[in-house]
Ligand binder design. Sequence first.
Ligand code: FES
Length: 292
Amino acid sequence: MWPFDEIDRLERRAELDRPAAPARAAVHRLLDDRKPLKDALHGVWLGHPLHPVLVQVTLGSLLSASLVDLVGGRRSVSSGLIATGLLLTPPTVAAGAADWSDSNPDQQRVGVVHAAANGLAVTCYAAALVQRARGRSGRVLSLLGAAISTVGATLGGHLAYHQSLGPNHTDRVRDHAPQEWRPLGRLADLPDGAPVRRDAGEVPVFVLRRGTEVTVLANSCPHLSAPLSDGEVTGSDGDARIVCPWHGSEFSLTDGCVVHGPATAAVPVFAARVVDGGVQARIVESAGAPTL
Ligand code: FES
C-alpha cells in the first residue's frame, strides 16, 4: 500500500549508502571516544531510548505551531512554539544520530531520508520565524514545515515499528524461558573463560564458565539481537562484562544490566547451578539476581 511500499523499497536503495557512510563515520568519530556522552544520547541512563522522548516535545511543538497558524490563532503563540521546537532540535538530532550510527544498513538508508525530511522541515520553520521578524506572516512556511515533518515522522515510525530500531529485542524472553531447571550439558565440556551458546528449553542462552562458576544470560543482545556468545568477555570479578559483537554494547555479567550502549535494556539473566557435574539453568524473574 502506498506510501509504505515505497518506504520498504528505501531499505534496499544501495545508493543511499553513499551519504550514509561519511555521516556514520563522522558520528562515530565524534562519539566513540566520549562514552558518557554517547550513552547519555542513547538513553542508557533512562533505560529507554532518548530520541523518541525528545521527538515528542520537539515535533509536538512544531506541529502545534502549524495548527495555530492553520486556524488563524495568535502569531506570537505560534512563534513561541516554533522557537521551542527549534531550541530542542539539536539534542533531538544528536540522540537520533547516535542511535542511527549503530544500526543496520537497511535502517541507515531509511534513516538518511528521515533525517533529510526533518532537516528540510526544520529549515521551513526557521525560515517562517525569519519572515515574521521581517513583518510577514510565515504561515505558508509553517504549514509546509508541518507537511514535510509528517513525512519525516512517518519514516521515523517505520524505523521504530517496522524495522525495530529502538525496541528491546529480548522483551519476550521471560515468556518463553524455562521456570524450572533445565540441563545445559556437563561443566567439564564448557571451555574455561570463553562464552558458548546452549539452549535452555527453547531459548538460546549465553553460557560462560569461569572455573567452577557458571554465568547464564539470554544469548540475544537487546539492541538488535546479535548473538552474545560471539562477543568478547572483558573486565574481571564484579566488573566482568560481555561486549556485543555487532555494535559494542556492554552488559554486566553479574546482573545483565547495560554498562554501555547503544542498548538501553538489560539482558535477561538465568540462575545457574552445577548438579553432579551437570550445568542447569532457569530464568530469573527480575534482573539483578546473582549466579548461584
Ligand atoms: S546488536 Fe547492537 S549492540 Fe548488540
